[in-house]
Ligand binder design. Structure first.
Ligand code: SF4
Length: 310
């Protein structure tokens, strides 16, 4: 398999076949981000030849009931492949023609594959026409994971995310119209010291006008190699305490009015949580309160400062 540098995927994509469609990030400018900094380039699409070779290799691991018997390399019973997750920070930023070529290769190798997911930036959607989004939906693209991070316009601008809060609402409505579902990543702490509650309220206002199947909260973890660290050293930005981040999350959970999964998963979360909103709102709030009062700032901070990488 062709993999370049560290590969990230959302926890809920654990059962998907991971195929590297791109390496790096087209944006590569968010101040807090240290992902993909090990790569000697900003962004690179994978050659189609690599993708073909990886799909061929993966055929030896899966049973595909729709593939002709004479095409199967092995006849031993194996798991059936239902989903492919394209690796890279934002493969959805590839031109539509290339994404359709990749989808065609996937369906050629795995006729029973039902859907193709990947990380996407809000701006990747902006750059596609409605017809292109529709064609991508027909080709199986579904369940994108979008790291919107926040609906707080000031934080988006300060962190150089490259889009405004209203863009999230506008572009997600276009995904809804095309029939492409999506999950959000939220970044607790992104609004900075003293602004977490306001950031959560602004985020809820944005997310309440969208239809994510899941909101996954990550916790801001600042590494010295980040541009955000330089902002802190220069005295232009101050980090929230760990318990402030959890108070912010309580505000977000309290203000979300949509029906969605809410989860805290992945390395940045010292405590993992998962529930459905609105049904599990009280249990989620109780759990967040317990983290604040029973785990406490010191232990949470120790986790944050000793986390070697995301
Ligand atoms: S879009 Fe994602 S991967 Fe790219 S710089 Fe921003 S946070 Fe990092």
């Amino acid at each position: 398999m062709h993999f370049t540098g560290t590969i990230w995927r959302p926890p809920y994509e654990a059962d998907a076949l991971i195929i590297e469609a791109t390496a790096g990030c087209t944006h590569h400018a968010c101040k807090f981000c240290t992902l993909y900094e090990d790569l000697p380039f900003k962004f690179k699409p994978s050659p189609l030849e690599h993708i073909k070779a990886d799909l061929l290799e993966a055929q030896t691991w899966y049973h595909d009931p729709l593939r002709k018997a004479e095409e199967r390399l092995f006849e031993m019973p194996k798991a059936t492949l239902g989903r492919v997750f394209l690796a890279g920070a934002n493969p959805f930023g590839l031109p539509t023609k290339r994404l359709l070529e990749i989808a065609s290769l996937i369906h050629g190798s795995f006729p029973s594959c039902e859907s193709i997911g990947c990380f996407a930036r809000v701006t990747d959607v902006t750059h596609k026409t409605d017809d292109e989004l529709h064609a991508l939906a027909i080709a199986g693209f579904d369940g994108l994971t979008i790291g919107v991070e926040t609906g707080d316009g000031e934080a988006l601008s300060f962190m150089d995310k490259g889009y405004a809060a209203e863009d999230i609402v506008e572009q997600c409505a276009r995904l809804d119209a095309a029939g492409i579902s999506y999950a959000f990543f939220y970044l607790a702490g992104i609004s900075g010291s003293g602004r977490g509650i306001e950031g959560a309220r602004r985020t809820a206002d944005v997310m309440n006008r969208t239809r994510p199947w899941l909101i996954g909260a990550n916790m801001l973890t600042i590494y010295e190699s980040s541009a955000l660290h330089q902002e802190i050293v220069a005295g232009r930005w101050q980090e929230e305490t760990e318990t402030e981040k959890y108070e912010e999350l309580k505000e977000l959970v309290g203000c979300l009015k949509i029906s969605t999964e809410f989860a805290m998963m992945g390395a940045s979360n010292p405590v993992m949580l998962h529930g459905h909103l609105p049904g599990h709102r009280e249990q989620l709030l109780d759990a967040l309160n317990a983290i604040i009062h029973k785990v406490g700032e010191d232990r949470l901070r120790r986790y944050r400062t000793t986390l070697p990488h995301l």
